[in-house]
Design a protein around this ligand. Structure first.
Ligand SMILES: NC(=O)c1ccc[n+]([C@@H]2O[C@H](COP(=O)([O-])OP(=O)(O)OC[C@H]3O[C@@H](n4cnc5c(N)ncnc54)[C@H](O)[C@@H]3O)[C@@H](O)[C@H]2O)c1
Length: 444
């Protein structure tokens, strides 16, 4: 068969769902994607180098909150999702989705070593007509300058023998409305055939696919999405601090501004940003820009403002301790919510953890926390277990109760009624009239 025949045969198989999908990296992005394909009866191979994750899934334990345990165990038992801790099965796949982490280094430079590792391992098994789709968030140029040459080290030529595209992930863990299947996805291939094929594979799992002209456009648009959030959150964080200084309630200001039906979108202040995306992505772009003698001043300033918020919250805690008959050494602080955002079990770069560390550094060592999603944390070398239950008696033991993540399961009436002082960094106690609540940005 010539290339044209191969492609039209592959397109027909994509349309009928008679294809095999490989998903590399089964974390917050990869597992829901793999389950989405497998749930539609498409033969899927999930690959992760973390053997513990593979074993956990094989034994029926699902670690991603957003997908149901029954769905995960159903596709595994039913045989549509096979699992492996090696890349041996890659050769069987028509499309390979790379969903590995893209963290930053201690100096906040991009660390794309996981992408490099995955691409190298794919190259050892790469076959003609396979389509490789990078989904990990990264700086513009990664697909063309890093992934492409690694895959071509197999001897096959990108765009001719195999196909390559970037298609950023938009999953929002904890979001019950917008999920893997109904959130539109952008796709940019290295040539038209790559884009068409990658779009075709994505359509099997996602309702709307938006093609763009190049992988770099897709890489950059993903950074725009996340940096847009970082910049707007930093704006309200700065305004919250100003409002605290001048005695205006930022939350009321944002609610009032939100009544404008066009040209305004609300963002809210908080103890800082965390997770694997919004905190990291501005640094990916700033790093890449420097290579081109360009300094992303505005974007970097926004990231700095956000990263200063845990320090601001520490100052709020110290101020409230100073008003009580306790010292920094004796004060008992309960942190409510350790995850980086509400209703998820993700601790990565959590501002709550940062606040806890900063309090410890200040000599506030009597720290406890409660988070039903995070059973234990490591704090300055010690392992701390979550307080088992949120009760009136338990709340009464603490001098300060600090709300860092407003999980929906928390009973904020109970918290307000039974705590000496509540420092609320999320407006989680909105609507509760109680003199013991100190709200970030309330202007008091
Ligand atoms: N978490 C989110 O909400 C989210 C949203 C959009 C985009 N993203 C992006 O998606 C990517 C993945 O994020 P995540 O949150 O799913 O990460 P994660 O850490 O939850 O999962 C990544 C998985 O990849 C595995 N892995 C690492 N190296 C590997 C390799 N060489 N081969 C096979 N498996 C490997 C890890 O063991 C892990 O299970 C990142 O680039 C992130 O920025 C994440």
């Amino acid at each position: 068969m010539d290339t044209f025949e191969n492609i039209s045969e592959l397109k027909k198989r994509i349309e009928s769902g008679d294809v095999t999908i490989g998903v590399i990296g089964l974390g917050y992005v990869g597992l829901p994607l793999a389950v989405e394909f497998a749930g539609k009866g498409i033969k899927t191979i999930g690959i992760d180098i973390d053997t513990a994750k593979i074993d956990s899934l094989k034994s029926g334990k699902n670690y991603i909150e957003d997908i149901s345990d029954e769905l995960v165990s159903g596709v595994i038992k039913g045989g549509s999702l096979a699992l492996a801790d090696n890349f041996d099965g890659c050769g069987e796949c028509d499309a390979l989705f790379i969903c590995v982490p893209t963290p930053f280094t201690a100096n906040k430079d991009p660390d794309i070593s996981y992408i490099i590792d995955a691409a190298m391992k794919i190259s050892h098994n790469l076959k003609k007509n396979q389509v490789v789709i990078l989904k990990s968030t990264t700086f513009p140029g990664t697909t063309e300058k890093y992934v492409r040459p690694l895959l071509e080290s197999s001897g096959l030529i990108a765009g001719e023998d195999f196909y390559l595209a970037f298609s950023p992930e938009r999953i929002d863990p904890g979001n019950k409305v917008w999920t893997t299947s109904n959130t539109p996805i952008v796709v940019g291939g290295i040539n038209q055939i790559s884009t068409d094929l990658a779009c075709g594979f994505q359509r099997l799992a996602v309702s709307e696919v938006v093609p763009v002209s190049t992988p770099a456009v897709a890489e950059m648009e993903k950074l725009l999405e996340n940096i847009y959030r970082s910049v707007n959150i930093s704006l309200v964080n700065e305004l919250a601090r100003l409002c605290d200084r001048i005695g205006i309630n930022i939350w009321e200001v944002i609610d009032a501004a939100s009544t404008k039906p066009f040209g305004f979108m609300p963002f809210y202040p908080g103890p800082g940003i965390g997770g694997h995306c919004i905190l990291i992505d501005p640094y990916y772009l700033a790093w890449m820009a420097r290579e081109h003698d360009f300094v992303t001043k505005f974007i970097t300033l926004a990231a700095e403002i956000n990263e200063d918020m845990p320090f601001y919250v520490r100052a709020m805690v110290i101020k409230e301790i100073a008003k009580q008959e306790v010292t920094l050494r004796t004060a008992k602080v309960l942190i409510l919510g350790m995850a980086f955002k509400k209703d998820v079990n993700d601790l990565r770069h959590s501002p709550a953890l940062k606040v806890a560390e900063l309090l410890m550094e200040e000599g506030i060592t009597n720290i406890s926390y409660h988070d039903p999603y995070i059973p234990e944390i490591e704090l300055k070398g010690d392992v701390l277990q979550s307080e088992p239950e949120l009760t009136a008696t338990m709340l009464g033991r603490f001098d300060i109760v600090l709300i860092t993540t407003g999980h929906s399961v928390f009973d904020f009436e109970l918290i307000a009624a039974n705590s000496r002082v509540v420092i609320d960094t999320r407006n989680a106690c909105k609507g509760i009239e109680s003199g013991n609540i100190i709200l970030l940005g309330e202007g008091k």
